[in-house]
Design a binder for this molecule. Structure first.
Ligand code: AP5
Length: 216
């Protein structure tokens, strides 16, 4: 099964994709994570995208589609969760091509429906363990012991440079202008399912499971 998780910054795409990967063995393909890896490695692509990401704008369709193409074959067996891709009509069409070239297809586009104002809070409170990458939130998901990672015990944490309010608002504007308009492309094919992204993480997970297990 191949699915897209679609929603604005902070809608919970990464949270739900990581859960689906852990519970169902599907592979999370996050273009945001791939771009951050490229930046951290100091590769030419990383250097090229740094300023664009820090401004909250979209990286070129060619770069992100090339990244997805490289990883897609690793997500053959149990399927892929596209997290943060596609984000433009050109990317949506490129993904169709990548899948059809491999004899695969999209099963669902799950839209996380959210209230944008509440998302600013979610994003600006987000941080993760510098060692194992486990994600936390100042208010919604703090570490059990202050300043110590629940999973690996590290005391070092990081925040994303684009998680400040000004950049978050810019990322949301990009979502409204370029990403939300691709929904009709999938609606016309009957692929879109909507879940309430303002519910708790567990409730959102249950709604997504109902879609994937077709028990809605
Ligand atoms: P990317 O990394 O994809 O960021 P994003 O889409 O802005 O999404 P986020 O990762 O911020 O949010 P999320 O929906 O995954 O939410 P999360 O689960 O973390 O992209 C970053 C940048 O890379 C882009 O701006 C662009 O420059 C570039 N880029 C990436 N892909 C691209 C593409 N295809 N084309 C062009 N450019 C591209 O949750 C957020 C917080 O809320 C967490 O703290 C979490 O614990 C908490 N939370 C989650 N769910 C809930 C809930 N139900 N209740 C309460 N708290 C919750």
């Amino acid at each position: 099964m191949n699915i897209i998780l679609l929603g604005p910054p902070g809608a919970g795409k990464g949270t739900q994709a990581a859960r689906l990967q852990a519970q169902r063995g599907m592979i999370q393909l996050s273009t945001g994570d791939m771009l951050r890896e490229a930046r951290a490695s100091g590769s030419p692509i990383g250097d090229k995208v740094k300023a664009i990401m820090d401004a909250g704008e979209l990286v070129s369709d060619e770069i992100v589609t090339a990244l997805i193409g490289e990883r897609l074959d690793s997500a053959q067996a149990k399927g892929a969760i596209f997290d943060g891709y596609p984000r433009t009509q050109a990317q949506a069409e490129a993904l169709d091509l990548l899948l059809s070239e491999r004899g695969r297809k999209l099963d669902y586009v799950i839209e996380l429906v959210v209230d944008e104002d509440a998302l600013v809070d979610r994003i600006t409170g987000r941080f993760s363990c510098a060692k194992c990458g486990t994600g936390y939130h100042d208010r919604f998901k703090p570490t059990k012991v202050a300043g110590v990672c629940d999973v690996c015990g590290s005391t070092e944490f990081v925040r994303r440079p684009d998680d400040n309010e000004q950049t978050v608002r810019r990322r949301m504007a990009e979502y409204r202008a370029k990403t939300a308009p691709i929904l009709p492309y999938y609606e016309s094919r009957g692929l879109v399912r909507r879940v309430d992204g303002m519910e708790s993480v567990d409730e959102v997970a249950a709604q997504i499971d109902a879609v994937l297990d077709d028990t809605e």
